[in-house]
Design a protein around this ligand. Structure first.
Ligand SMILES: [Zn+2]
Length: 407
C-alpha cells in the first residue's frame, strides 16, 4: 500500500468525530494569545515550549494528560473567547474533511458573572454556526458536490468535581458543605441536565449528555438521577466508561444510565479488570456483554492515541482492544478525544487504525457509516437519513477513485 495514497484517500473521504472535547482541542497559538491578554500564567508563552511542557507526545499517566485542560479552561471564561475557540475548532475539522462533529465540553467549568450554562452553550453555538455557514455557502457545498458541515453539542457532567478549576464548582461545593462528595457530584450533574433542557428547548443544538472525568473511584451510579432525567427528556446518552474500569463499568453505563454509546470502552475484554465477586464466570460475562453491545448497536467511540497516552501500560497500539471489537462486529467509530492534548486529527487516527489493524476497505467504511448512523444528529430522523445517504454516496465516489488501495 502506498503511504501517500492512503493519506490522500483518508483526506478525501467524508469523516466524522463523535468524541472530541473542545477544551482539549484549542489551537496552542490561540491559547497563548488569550492567556497573555487575560494575564493567565502559562509554563511557556511559545508554541514550542507549550508542546514540550504541556501538550506532549507521550504522558506518564492520566493526571499528567489532563494538566493541559486547566490552562484551556482558564481562557474559556467569556463568550468572546468561547466563540472564537469554537469557530477555530470547526474550521480545523472542516479543513481535514470532517463533515460531521459532535463537540463536547462541561459547561459548568465556564460559568461566571458573564455566562450561565445556557450562555456558555450559546457562545459555542455562535462560533460553530459562523464556521458552518461560511463553509456551507461555498460553491462546492451549495451545488451538492460536497456534503455540508453539520454538528451537535454534547454536554458533559463530571464524575467528580475538581477543586480550583472553576468558581462555579468551588462555590457549588461550598454551599453543599454538609453533603458527602458523592451527593454533591450527583446534584451538580442533575442541575446541568435541568439547564440543558431549557437551552435545548430554546433552540440550541444540544443533542447529548455525557459523563467525563476520572473514572477510578467515582462510579457512574452516582449520576443515575441526572441520566434518568436526560433520558426522560429525549437526550441521547454517552458515558466515558471502560477507560480505567472494565466490563462492569460499561455494563452499568448501559443498564443504569441508558447509554446509547460508550466513550473508549477500552477494557471491555479484560477479565482482570472485573472486580465484582457476584460475577463468577468472567469470560462468559464479557462474552454476553459484548454480544449485547453488538446486537443493540451501542457504538464504541474508539480513541486510539488517547488510550495509549492515558494508559501507557497498554504498550503498543497493536495491543489495543480495537481488533477484538472488530472481530466481535461491534459498532465502532474512530474519534480523536482531544485534538491538541493528544496531538492528533481524525485523519491521523484513521491512518493509525488502517495501518495497525489491517483494516479492509469495508471495515474502514463501516467505521464511518456506523459513526454517522449512531450519531446524535440534531435534525429530524428524516433529515438525518438524507444527510447520511449523502455522506455514503460521497464516500463511494471517493472510494471508486482508489480501487485497490485496501484489501
Ligand atoms: Zn473523552
Amino acid at each position: 500500500m502506498e503511504k501517500n495514497k492512503l493519506k490522500q484517500f483518508i483526506r478525501e473521504i467524508p469523516k466524522c468525530d463523535l468524541h472530541v472535547h473542545l477544551d482539549g482541542s484549542l489551537r496552542v497559538k490561540t491559547l497563548i494569545e488569550l492567556a497573555k491578554k487575560m494575564k493567565i500564567k502559562l509554563p511557556s508563552y511559545t508554541e514550542e515550549g507549550m508542546n514540550k511542557l504541556v501538550f506532549k507526545d507521550q504522558y506518564r499517566d492520566l493526571p499528567e494528560y489532563i494538566q493541559g485542560f486547566g490552562y484551556a479552561i482558564a481562557v474559556m471564561q467569556n463568550p468572546e473567547n468561547l466563540e472564537r475557540i469554537a469557530y477555530e475548532f470547526a474550521w480545523d475539522n472542516i479543513n481535514e474533511g470532517v463533515c460531521y462533529v459532535e463537540v463536547r465540553f462541561a459547561p459548568q467549568f465556564h460559568i461566571n458573572k458573564y455566562m450561565n450554562i445556557e450562555g456558555v452553550i450559546e457562545a459555542v453555538t455562535k462560533g460553530m454556526d459562523k464556521a458552518k455557514s461560511e463553509y456551507n455557502n461555498t460553491q462546492d457545498v451549495v451545488s451538492g458536490k460536497f456534503p455540508s458541515f453539520e454538528y451537535g453539542i454534547i454536554s458533559c457532567a463530571m464524575r467528580s468535581i475538581p477543586l480550583g478549576v472553576s468558581d462555579y464548582f468551588d462555590k457549588f461545593i461550598e454551599v453543599h458543605s454538609s453533603s458527602p462528595s458523592s451527593r454533591v457530584n450527583s446534584l451538580a450533574s442533575y442541575e446541568l441536565v435541568l439547564a440543558m433542557i431549557k437551552a435545548r428547548d430554546n433552540g440550541l443544538p444540544l443533542v447529548g449528555f455525557d459523563l467525563a472525568g476520572v473514572e477510578a473511584g467515582f462510579p457512574a451510579g452516582e449520576h443515575r438521577d441526572a441520566y434518568a432525567l436526560a433520558h426522560r427528556n429525549f437526550f441521547k446518552k454517552t458515558v466515558h466508561a471502560g477507560e480505567a474500569y472494565g466490563a462492569e463499568s460499561i455494563f452499568q453505563a448501559i443498564t443504569e444510565l441508558h447509554a446509547d454509546r460508550i466513550g473508549h470502552g477500552y477494557y471491555l475484554f479484560s477479565e482482570e479488570m472485573i472486580k465484582s465477586r457476584i460475577i463468577k464466570d468472567k469470560k462468559e460475562f464479557i462474552n454476553r456483554l459484548a454480544q449485547y453491545i453488538a446486537d443493540r448497536r451501542i457504538t464504541i467511540e474508539v480513541c486510539l492515541t488517547s488510550n495509549l497516552q492515558t494508559n501507557p501500560k497498554i504498550g503498543t497500539i497493536k495491543d489495543h482492544s480495537f481488533r477484538k471489537m472488530l472481530d466481535y462486529k461491534l459498532s465502532t467509530a474512530i474519534c480523536t478525544d482531544n485534538r491538541t492534548v493528544s496531538k492528533t486529527t481524525v485523519s491521523k487516527e484513521l491512518e493509525l487504525a488502517v495501518k495497525n489493524f489491517n483494516l479492509t476497505a469495508r471495515e474502514l467504511k463501516n467505521c464511518m457509516i456506523y459513526g454517522m448512523k449512531r450519531s446524535f444528529y440534531p435534525g429530524s430522523y428524516i433529515e438525518k437519513r438524507g444527510y447520511v445517504r449523502h455522506i455514503i454516496d460521497f464516500y463511494e465516489i471517493v472510494e471508486a477513485r482508489y480501487p485497490d488501495l485496501l484489501p
